[in-house]
Design a protein around this ligand. Sequence first.
Ligand code: ATP
Ligand code: MG
Length: 301
Amino acid sequence: MLQSSKAMFKLEDVSKCFRGGIQALHSTCLELHQGQFTVLLGPSGAGKSTLLRCLNFLSSPTSGRIEVNGLGTLNGNRRLLRAHRHRTAMIFQQHQLIGRHTALQNVIIGRIGNYSIWRSMRPLPDSDHILALECLERVGLLDKATERVDNLSGGQQQRVGIARGLAQQPTVMLADEPVASLDPATSEKVLSLMHRICSEDNLTAVVSLHQVGLAKMFADRIIGLAGGRIVFDGLPHQMTDNVFGRIYQNRKQTSEKMAARPARKTRSVTKSNNGGKNEKSIFDTDVSHAFVNVNHSSASR
Ligand SMILES: Nc1ncnc2c1ncn2[C@@H]1O[C@H](COP(=O)(O)OP(=O)(O)OP(=O)(O)O)[C@@H](O)[C@H]1O
Ligand SMILES: [Mg+2]
């Protein structure tokens, strides 16, 4: 496995149990290495977001220890968390941008963590504006700097989100389904951009995805989760149909159970931007997409 010597994250027996006894993550031991692009794969509810959120304490583990290179063990200490989050870019599926602000204004938000609250209320120095413009240039959107982000396409908005993360000058990038709301071609472009930037800047990236094909294209390492446990940890080429079955097996069983039930209105869990139109159950979509992507990926090699 492609590994640099240093672990950026060391997880020891980390688990997360939500109120109501939902065990989102079972006791997990894991090392995530500096400069690696790690993809988390798994069906809905597998615990991908929970694991990602534990890595920056957006969700605090119920038990166990997370050690971060250069900072020590994460705990409730605010100063430590602030330092960790400051060097950790978070990229979300829904971009989390301010629609009425320009691309540049959104990217500058990535600089605010450098300042105290009172200082960040005043205009930031020119050097921050220049850095933000450079970040927009890196994602190919310099010409959109003064455009309101709600006038940009989904792919462009995600690139603004990446630029905002870069403006933090991070050492870690955590991305939770960053391309879930994009079409396949745009997804590949955005992920390729993210991968190139992480590799140029030697960032430690942990990215959750639903598309197995994209994972195989870009990951240095794939971690497969099912039912809150790691069921696969290996290289992209080791992601065989067998492994695929292991990761998505529970989904298949659940899918079969759903099919056996009498028809009733099912809750849509597809994360769409279409106001609910054409919504499908995940059971209709994700796994088949994943198969399509596997085939696409192997065909394109
Ligand atoms: N805040 C919460 N409170 C209670 N349960 C939660 C909470 N967040 C997640 N869960 C539960 O924890 C489990 C894992 O959820 P998680 O969001 O980590 O899955 P996921 O793999 O990211 O799924 P998806 O692919 O749909 O995003 C699920 O059963 C989910 O319902
Ligand atoms: Mg998730």
